[in-house]
Design a protein around this ligand. Sequence first.
Ligand code: AMP
Ligand code: GLY
Length: 426
Amino acid sequence: MTKVLVIGSGGREHALAWRLAKSEGVEKVWVAPGNAGTGADSRLENLPITDIEALRDWALENKIDLTVVGPEAPLSKGVVNVFRAAGLLIFGPTKEAAQLESSKDFAKAFMKRHAIPTADYETFTDAKAAHDYVERKGAPIVIKADGLAAGKGVIVAMELAQAHEAIDQMLEGNAFGDAGARVVIEDFLTGEEASFIVMVDGNHILPMASSQDHKRLLDRDMGPNTGGMGAYSPAPIVTADIHDQVMREIIRPTVDGMAADGIPYTGFLYAGLMIDRNADGTASVKTLEFNCRMGDPETQPIMSRLSSSLVDLVQAAIDGRLDEVQAQWDKRVALGVVCAARGYPQKPEKGQLITTLPEDSESLHVFHAGTKATAEGTVTNGGRVLCVVGLGDDVRSAAEKAYEGVKAVHFDGMQYRTDIGYRAMK
Ligand code: AMP
Ligand code: GLY
């Protein structure tokens, strides 16, 4: 019987742990530190440890067979290096490989070196040089803080004034701390975005089902960027042709490039894509970003559709035999709507009592993110509080199901988008 540890506390980790616990042969799944949702599931147990060395010691003592890491922060701090050094089996990229996400400059230089399609760019530490560059380039233009900024370090400046302001904030105002001590300035791309997530074992690649998220806070993609307000799988924009093109032009060269650079990539790899259809039916696909993990909230609909044993897939990846396994998917569409706290993304309010939640069923799953169990009941404890996933035969019916669930969620200040999936309903 397999003992599994999942590191993280968000909706992505709830969905991963939930799916892992359903795999045959799994004795128990611990989630460190987890949330109220993972704490309430009888097949899961929360473990209140976040320190990497303490987690390693606990995993050794408790003879954990397999660890899966959800978020980028522990990956970029080297949790995989630390676990491997202790002889523990863990699925994720090393600290070095996680630079594909933890440094935009590393990722851009890597893509340039290996001819992986992405927007043209330059990197700056000097504010004056950055200001001069945007004056030369003109707007729209995109300013990105170099390091991890929880999805909030990107300013898509439609006007030059906004670009100058972003440079001042990142390089001089220290708005993102060390993450902004260096900025990447890149050309503005047009098209439709999709999330392309694969499992990698250093060499072989196993694609996950396609997905698309909604990064803006408000309906019709208005308002500030967030970590993601909703997502669905599959994404119709990723046709079989686009899928092949992405594998050929982006994913395969990335995995081969990392191996050639002496930093073999293992773990989930997420390419954020911009897909622009040309008049002749072909498409230009460019990489907006890499993430060294699964997406949140994309994981919630993706895991809702996975019908293969996730433990078997992870075990195959750790053994370097991803070429021998296949992932099977529920044919239905899964669509997740994020219920966020008042004030998200700038200053989310915490501590509101969640008074009602819908019942889970075969076509409705509630994944917790920023929630905490207290004596009074479950309270909000972060910006993105829950993700309600509905399954249906098409995007419309999956959305109907999800919104039925959302209507049954109550906490003071709850905000959510009412149009998740609209691009796929055209
Ligand atoms: P990133 O964290 O790099 O994916 O950027 C966050 C969001 O900013 C993306 O999901 C896009 O909506 C937008 N974005 C990033 N880079 C560009 C670009 N070069 N052109 C247009 N939009 C972009
Ligand atoms: N949903 C976007 C991300 O996980 O980065």
